[in-house]
Design a protein around this ligand. Structure first.
Ligand SMILES: [Zn+2]
Length: 395
């Protein structure tokens, strides 16, 4: 029986009940025994209830200015503070939990079973995204900047982690300080990393790359990379967001993610566009890391609300629903054709298509042979384990 999406609390309660009653397809003891060959196994969740779909779509929301009046020409450019807070409430209530973009790019999505990942991105390194207020003894995060709003939201909802990707413009001889306030850019970059968030590359000068030569592209992206790494040596930059979403000539696309400038090289996993749909799962064949789209937070067609509604209905853009185990890629039987099996086996994932009645409903897992001895299974009934050490712990 297909059920409508349940509330998160209910899903988790059922999953826990399932473990304690031992009435599900695999008990905790069985999983422990199964641990010996060290192959990933499907997590001990109630598949029939949670119905994970790890081939589904993920919204990557693109913010610019936080606070102020919306611009009529492009309503997505300014998100008033109250609207931004409502976006977070909406996402939370709909079962979304934030991950960094690199978690998607590296197919390491660690959110609880039954929830869906969302990526919040912020472009241009604007002051309204991260403002500090100087007091007698310290710098306080402005509660009305994106960073302050996210911290308050996370405090109120501890399962909403501090995750977001800031595509900033570095401070250079011809550009201003990152996040506006002179002298505080470096400190802010370091701080957001310690919070668990990440930095992305948005070039130096924010110019259209349409007619740029390979040398010019590398000067923009590699130049920004070098300046950012100088300011925040602990940063791990994995993506570039193209200014205005404009691509160079296709033959020069390789320089968007790989190149050298002034003797230092950069190597990224993805290039981001500015428009307009949710991205496919990194486990899906149609995932195209060179043309990842983002959605606008604005109200109306193709905005955040529009897409959340659309992704929750059955149809062309089903949402990604996690099984809670980043080592296992679960999806309903019948969708096997959409999974990029070769890529997933290379990543040592267990690809698991479950039947209509849930796990054990007649489907057989496809087990990778490449993962012998180097993975540990999910502890049953717990939140998803960390697959590899995360660079930063949320604060
Ligand atoms: Zn921009």
């Amino acid at each position: 029986m297909r059920r409508p999406t349940l509330s998160i609390t209910l899903s988790l309660t059922l999953a826990a009940a399932c473990v304690f009653a031992g009435g599900c397809f695999r008990s905790k003891a069985d999983v422990a025994k199964k641990a010996a060959p060290a192959k990933p196994v499907p997590p001990a969740i109630d598949y029939a209830t949670i119905r994970p779909n790890e081939l589904g779509f993920i919204p990557v929301v693109m913010y610019h200015e936080i606070g102020g009046k919306p611009v009529r020409r492009d309503p997505s450019l300014v998100r008033p503070v109250e609207a931004f807070k409502k976006d977070l409430e909406l996402l939370y209530a709909a079962g979304f939990r934030p991950v960094n973009l690199s978690d998607v790019l590296e197919d390491n999505i660690d959110v609880p079973p039954g929830t869906s990942p969302v990526v919040l991105t912020f472009d241009d390194g604007r002051e309204s995204q991260f403002r500090l207020i100087e007091t007698a003894t310290a710098y306080k995060v402005d509660p009305n900047s994106a960073m302050g709003i996210l911290q308050a939201f996370s405090k109120q909802h501890p399962d909403w982690k501090m995750r977001a990707t800031f595509f900033v413009l570095p401070k250079s001889n011809s550009t201003l300080e990152v996040f506006g306030q002179p002298g505080l850019g470096k400190e802010k970059l370091e701080y957001l990393l310690t919070q668990g968030m990440e930095i992305g590359n948005h070039s130096i000068h924010h110019r259209s790359m349409r007619r740029m030569t390979p040398a010019q592209i590398q000067a923009e992206i590699g130049g920004a990379h070098n300046l950012l790494m100088e300011a925040a040596p602990n940063a791990r930059i994995t993506a570039v967001a193209l200014p205005m979403g404009v691509y160079p000539d296709k033959k020069n696309w390789p320089y968007l993610t790989k190149g050298t400038f002034q003797g230092k090289s950069y190597e990224y996993k993805a290039a981001m566009q500015a428009a307009w749909r949710p991205v496919p799962s990194p486990a899906a064949k149609e995932f195209d890391s060179m043309q990842l789209e983002r959605i606008s937070p604005a109200d109306g067609t193709n905005g955040l609300r529009y897409w959340i509604t659309k992704m929750t209905q059955s149809g062309e853009y089903p949402r990604y629903v996690s099984d809670g185990d980043a080592k296992v890629v679960s999806f309903p039987k019948g969708d096997e054709g959409r999974a990029d099996i070769a890529r997933l086996e290379g990543r040592q994932k267990l690809v698991y298509a479950y039947g209509d009645g849930g796990a054990g409903g007649g489907s057989k897992p496809i087990v990778s042979e490449a993962d012998e001895g180097n993975t540990s299974p999910a502890p049953a009934g717990t939140a998803a384990p960390a697959v590899s050490a995360k660079p930063i712990v949320g604060g």
